[in-house]
Ligand binder design. Structure first.
Ligand SMILES: Cc1cc2nc3c(=O)[nH]c(=O)nc-3n(C[C@H](O)[C@H](O)[C@H](O)COP(=O)(O)OP(=O)(O)OC[C@H]3O[C@@H](n4cnc5c(N)ncnc54)[C@H](O)[C@@H]3O)c2cc1C
Ligand code: HEM
Length: 375
């Protein structure tokens, strides 16, 4: 098995060498793709039609992985999962060498005279270890690289929110609380984004999604405004660890912002199948009451299951009759919470704010699971 020697040294070499090209990132990205596509024109078809070189996902992802995964052994599961996930892009083993070579060439090109052979070696070593783990993950995967799924219902719940249900053509196994990759070939081919099923796995295999169209978002706006019943989408690679621990006897708190409600609904559906003993509190926040797009369904669940309570809040709707303020602050008005399991899901900002609140309330971090939808 491949192992990196002198981890501290390697990390230093990687950081030092990246600092030589950091300010020319756009040029490095341009050269990186040009090199790949000139030597292997067939690889162009793996990438989105409109590529934003400045926000290059692949180059940024590789550089981040190589720089932050100082000890790849610790990130074994993540890297194997990433390799499995790459099957949806039609990545083949031989492509790894092409991409790794282009990366080092591109950095060397813009680093100037200070670039040395020890930098070449450091990037080649780190990349090789990461690539080997990704390839092993891909090879061990017995699932199809993606699943086709037909849209069987689509409902606009607010100007920028849709709830839709799809039926995969083959059974797709995932755990409540996980997320899937989704591509909408009719409108945005080869752009994959992650979305969280809003239901636990069902016998009829249908999967519900809750999507909010963000700003100029390519995929989310297509899913909310253009997707129709009968369209085919593709799904891939269940991922994520925001799952219920069946052995836990602690009461649970779910904190959801906007469509962050989706994985919470999935976990709630799982709880409805077996829970008798745990009190469960849902805090659901949005800017205005129109954004509380699934409140009727939440209230129906709360009426049916005596162990469930729901608190709603609006941050930007002064006449809303529920709580006022950010959901992260509203949680702190209730409690005490130091004996509970926490599940937090929503925008990056909302998750960050909630984690801060929970730290202040001295909730041990091992009891908190979260999914952040943003950076
Ligand atoms: C684990 C996970 C689970 C997710 N589950 C869901 C889900 O169930 N429902 C859901 O609606 N979304 C979910 N997301 C977010 C989703 O994956 C996309 O990031 C989002 O839909 C935007 O994609 P896009 O292609 O429309 O935007 P892009 O074209 O990627 O981005 C366009 C612009 O919008 C900005 N932007 C991107 N995301 C956000 C955001 N969340 N808020 C504000 N600005 C943003 C970008 O910075 C960029 O400037 C999840 C994300 C993760 C990481
Ligand atoms: C060390 C090796 C690699 C790592 C760490 C890596 C990592 C990643 C990550 C994390 C993403 C997701 C980025 C996002 O969604 O924001 C991504 C996207 C992608 N990767 Fe890789 N990758 C590697 C190798 C490869 C190879 C060899 C190919 C083959 C050409 C490839 C093709 C792609 C494509 C097509 C995308 C989507 C790009 C886009 O949407 O713009 N990757 N990669």
């Amino acid at each position: 098995m491949l192992r990196l020697k002198g981890m501290g040294d390697l990390a230093r070499l990687l950081k030092e060498s990246w600092s030589l090209v950091e300010e020319h990132q756009d040029k490095v990205a341009g050269y990186f793709y040009a090199r790949i596509f000139l030597s292997h024109p067939d690889l162009r078809d793996l990438f989105p039609v409109h590529m934003d070189i400045q926000r290059s996902r692949l180059l940024n992802a590789i550089v981040t992985a190589v720089q932050t995964l100082e000890d790849p052994e610790k990130f074994d599961d993540y890297l194997r999962g990433l390799g499995r996930d790459h099957r949806k892009f039609h990545v083949e083993p031989a492509h790894y060498e092409v991409v790794g070579g282009a990366l080092i060439e591109a950095m060397r090109q813009f680093a100037g005279e200070q670039w040395g052979v020890e930098y070449d070696q450091a990037w080649a070593d780190a990349y090789a270890v990461i690539a080997a783990k990704m390839l092993a993950g891909a090879e061990a995967d017995t699932n199809p690289p993606y699943w086709y799924a037909e849209v069987v219902s689509h409902e606009r719940r607010a100007s920028d929110i849709a709830v839709f249900t799809v039926l995969p053509m083959q059974p797709l196994e995932y755990r409540a609380g996980q997320y899937l990759s989704l591509e909408c070939p009719r409108f945005q081919p080869r752009l994959w984004r992650t979305y969280s099923p809003a239901n636990a796995p069902r016998r009829d295999n249908t999967i519900e999604f809750h999507v909010r169209a963000v700003g100029a978002g390519w995929v989310s706006s297509a899913l909310v405004r253009r997707l129709e019943v009968g369209d085919m989408i593709r799904l891939a690679a269940p991922m994520g660890a925001m799952n219920l621990d069946r052995r836990s006897t602690r009461d649970a708190v779910f904190v959801a912002g906007g469509t962050g409600l989706a994985p919470v609904k999935s976990l709630l559906e799982e709880l409805t199948r077996y829970n008798r003993t745990r009190w469960v509190h849902v805090f659901f926040g949005a800017r205005t009451r129109d954004d509380l797009y699934d409140l009727a369904e939440l209230n129906r669940l709360a009426a049916r299951y005596p162990w469930l309570s729901v608190v709603t809040a609006c941050s930007d709707d002064p006449t809303f009759p529920g709580e006022q303020g950010n959901i992260s602050d509203v949680v702190a008005r209730y409690g005490p919470w130091n004996e509970h399991d926490f599940f937090v899901s929503g925008s990056g900002q909302m998750v960050k704010a909630t984690m801060r609140t929970l730290a202040e309330l001295q909730v041990p971090s091992v009891r908190i699971k979260y999914d952040s939808f943003g950076d």
